[in-house]
Write a protein that binds this ligand. Structure first.
Ligand code: CP
Ligand code: NVA
Length: 339
């Protein structure tokens, strides 16, 4: 018999492909419980004295801070390994790193490049591995997005989510998996070359059959935003991609910028989500560089939408912490209710 404890204890969190709809819902419910407890100042027991390693081969604000704050709230100690300061990859293989860190830590978070790296860590570390973003997937982001959507609509099945931009990368792929498993209708609104890979679409179509979700792919913006309850976008060039692709991305994706016309043509209660960071003004170094080079002052989302009442991006960012705490708590204690 699978008990509540044996189902989550010691389990890695590499991609939502490995988690069932009811398990994803368990984690979101746990995150909501943990959020309530934190806001009331009630401590949560079970992880005190544990040690976790946070490997970041790419930069981060939200994910790193979420892991560190959540670990501290749970009484754990975290060690941060930054993109330059460790031996990982340069002098020591992932397999060896996994076997070293697995001897010292109770769990390991990894943010970086290929999904094969988190899989390799998982194979050799002997402790849970949490994916803090790879090129292919961003599973902890999805739990925060789902919680934010439920906070706003009070239901998730049947919510229409439209993703505008490069849907072949971590965020787009993961949103399609999440929506197809959880019964949200998912629309990719982008030029065809930015649609997810066919094998993943096929897998998600199977999920969708079970959950009642409908997947749609369109190049037409009016069609894409029509009836959207959630409009979601992400940066046009992801971490690790070469600078030379900016020109092509701007040309291809500028027509898919989330602006007030998209909001006006969507459902009346539409909300705007973005995993962040976002290029919505000229207050960043890259934003300024791109503006000087290509003459655009806003990229994937206009400042008007970003700052509007439709935008829930900071609730979404806060929910990163509560949901990451849920993943850590469930996989380290086996419990799916906060005690
Ligand atoms: N959304 C997200 O992963 O943000 P960071 O890159 O700041 O961690
Ligand atoms: N697609 C983005 C997500 C950042 C959270 C990237 O990989 O840079």
């Amino acid at each position: 018999m699978i008990t509540e404890t044996s189902k989550y204890l010691g389990r890695s969190f590499l991609t939502l492909r490995d988690y069932s709809a009811s398990e994803i819902l368990d984690l979101v419910n746990l995150a909501e419980e943990l959020r309530t407890k934190k806001k009331k100042g009630i401590p949560v027991k079970g992880c005190e004295g544990k040690n976790i390693a946070l490997i970041f081969e790419k930069t981060s604000t939200r994910t790193r801070c979420s892991f560190e704050v959540a670990a501290a709230d749970l009484g754990m100690h975290s060690t941060y390994l930054d993109p330059k300061a460790s031996q990982i990859g340069k002098k020591e293989s992932i397999k060896d790193t996994a076997r070293v860190l697995g001897r010292m830590f109770d769990a390991i978070e990894y943010r970086g490049f290929g999904q094969d790296i988190v899989e390799e860590l998982d194979k050799y570390a002997g402790v849970p591995i949490w994916n803090g973003l790879t090129n292919e997937y961003h599973p902890t982001q999805m739990l925060a997005d789902l919680l934010t959507i439920r906070d706003n609509f009070h239901y998730i099945k049947g919510v229409n989510l439209t993703y505008m931009g490069d849907a072949r990368y971590n965020t787009g792929n993961s949103l399609m998996i999440m929506c197809s498993k959880m019964g949200l209708n998912f629309c990719v609104c982008a030029p065809k070359k930015y649609w997810p890979q066919q094998w993943l679409i096929d897998e998600c179509q199977k999920n969708a059959k079970l959950s009642g979700s409908v997947l749609k792919f369109t190049e037409n913006v009016d069609e894409g935003v029509m009836n959207a309850d959630v409009i979601y976008t992400d940066v046009w060039v992801s971490m690790g991609e070469p600078d030379r692709i900016w020109e092509e991305r701007i040309k291809d994706l500028y027509p898919y910028q989330v602006n007030m016309d998209c909001i006006r043509n969507a459902s009346v209660d539409v909300i705007f989500l973005h995993c962040l960071p976002a290029f919505h003004d000229l207050k960043t170094e890259i934003g300024k560089e791109i503006s000087e080079k290509f003459g655009i002052s806003e990229m994937e989302v206009t400042d008007e939408v970003f700052e509007s009442r439709y935008s829930k991006v900071f609730d979404e960012a806060e929910n990163r912490m509560h949901t990451i705490k849920a993943v850590m708590y469930a996989t380290l204690t086996g419990k799916i209710h906060a005690v």
